[in-house]
Design a protein around this ligand. Structure first.
Ligand code: ADP
Length: 459
């Protein structure tokens, strides 16, 4: 096992990784930007090195600064967390060439999965279904029209190097397609420095279901069950849960098997996630592989009892998986709510500023992963995730009750957050039934009509 590693991230995930290291007796080095001087990960790590100015491009994405910090601190490995450089094959390669272990898969796997058009081809060869779409990158508007005609509307244009919902545009007819194609290209260029896009049929009411995989360096690949991440806004996840509710035993099995096949096709090592969309007829299609730890990894940890960050560290240090597929046991149900510094009543406008008052939930079966504390000033430069509230119940119904209790206890002032929106979602009959699609959030955000208000007033 490693003796000392560098955590190349910030926020709640840096804290999460430092905690896992401490449990394993590993020394940690935090890096931080000037805007994060007072951040919790800086306080908790054994050492901390300032690597640059507030903008990510000058700090958390600055490869030379991070490698210099790793060399000065003399670490054996770098944990990239999620976001920033976590899925950057070039960074993984540079770590390797500097004899610093990148805690994640090999650069080739990152590259293969990161090119979504190539990943689709890889999946077809591995007999994992992909959404009907263009064979590869779409060159021009004429080709876009031809492919859309063949697929049938609606279609979605996606960035080849995409991520975080950027560079995705939906078109319902020829007229809208040309504009969608050009905007997707422009967005892709701005976000990823690459304007290549491809096209898929747009599924109407899909569920986003993903499978956690675990692979060591000795060819052992297993899966740790699935998560439902259908509660999304603008293709960004808000609530995740495990196991997936209302999923037949046979579909659960097929998804698990397809995920293992997919991970093997990517020659995968370490923890990763295979994302699928499942349509109304329970047909499932691969959409992408995330070659890193997911934000929502905690729900899988709660139902399996397996610490995924510790597994990442063990695998990267060369250990074999300590169990096989039959050794994975599932217990109860877990839910995660992402508490973002956004105002749901004002189109989710991000909220920066000082947290004057903070009261975090506690009690049995509640876990809060966060980097914030009373007096913490939220910098405006990074993502808006403030905390993840995770709960574990004996079944889904009890997990929902525990989450509602936790959300009720939670107070963050004066910053606007998504807490009340989560309460609304959890109280919706459709959510309670456990079969919501990725469009579900629309029905929660629509302001109540006069009839509903009258009914509410009547009691
Ligand atoms: P990103 O990597 O940018 O997050 P994904 O390919 O993982 O993009 O898709 C993110 C979300 O976008 C999905 O969870 C789903 O809600 C929506 N989406 C993507 N592809 C399709 C599709 N073909 N049909 C319907 N929704 C889609």
């Amino acid at each position: 096992m490693f003796h000392k590693i560098l955590v190349a991230n910030r926020g709640e995930i840096a804290v999460r990784i430092i905690r896992a290291c401490r449990d394993l007796g590993i020394q940690t080095v935090a890096i931080y930007s000037k805007a994060d001087r007072d951040s919790m990960h800086v306080r908790l790590a054994d050492e901390a090195i300032c690597i640059g100015e507030a903008p990510s491009s000058e700090s958390y994405l600055n490869i030379p600064s991070i490698i210099s910090a790793a060399e000065i601190a003399d670490v054996e490995a770098i944990h990239p967390g999620y976001g920033f450089l976590a899925e950057n094959a070039h960074f993984a390669e540079i770590c390797e060439s500097c004899q610093i272990k990148f805690i994640g898969p090999k650069p080739e796997s990152v590259r293969l999965a990161g090119d979504k058009a190539l990943a689709r081809e890889t999946m077809k060869k591995a007999k994992v279904a992909v959404i009907p779409g263009s064979k590869t990158v779409i060159k021009d508007q004429h080709e876009a029209l031809r492919v859309a005609k063949k697929l049938g509307y609606p279609v979605i244009i996606k960035a080849k190097m995409g991520g975080g919902g950027k560079g995705m545009k939906i078109a319902h007819n020829d007229g809208k397609l040309l504009n969608a194609f050009l905007t997707a290209q422009a967005e892709a260029e701005a976000a990823f420095g690459n304007r290549d896009v491809y096209m898929e049929r747009y599924l109407n009411e899909p569920r986003h279901i993903e499978v956690q995989v675990l692979a060591d360096g000795y060819g052992n690949v297993i899966q740790l069950g699935s998560r439902d991440c259908s509660v999304q806004r603008r293709h960004q996840k808000l609530i995740e849960e495990a196991p997936v509710p209302s999923l037949s035993k046979s579909l659960r099995k097929k998804l698990g098997e397809a995920a293992v096949r997919a991970a093997k096709a990517f020659q995968y090592e370490n923890v990763g996630t295979i994302e699928f969309l499942v349509d109304e007829d329970d047909r499932f299609y691969f959409i992408e592989m995330n070659t890193r730890l997911q934000v929502e990894h905690g729900v899988t940890e709660l139902i399996t009892g397996i610490d995924l960050v510790k597994e990442q560290l063990r695998i990267a240090s060369g250990e074999k998986l300590g169990y096989n597929q039959d050794g994975v046991k599932f217990a109860g149900a877990a839910i995660e709510c992402r508490i973002n510094a956004e105002d749901p009543d004002r189109d989710f406008m991000p909220n920066a500023g000082k947290i004057e008052w903070l009261s975090l939930p506690g009690g049995p079966n509640v876990r809060v992963d966060t980097h914030v504390y009373p007096g913490y000033v939220i910098p405006p430069y990074y993502d808006s995730l403030l905390a993840k509230v995770l709960v574990h119940g004996k079944d889904r119904a009890s997990a929902i009750h525990i989450m509602l209790r936790a959300l009720r206890e939670m107070e963050i002032r004066p910053v606007k957050t998504t807490i009340s929106l989560h309460e609304r979602i959890l109280n919706r009959p459709k959510f309670r039934q456990g079969k919501v699609s990725t469009n579900f959030i629309q029905s929660v955000l629509v302001p109540p009509g006069p009839d509903q208000i009258a009914m509410q007033q009547a009691g």
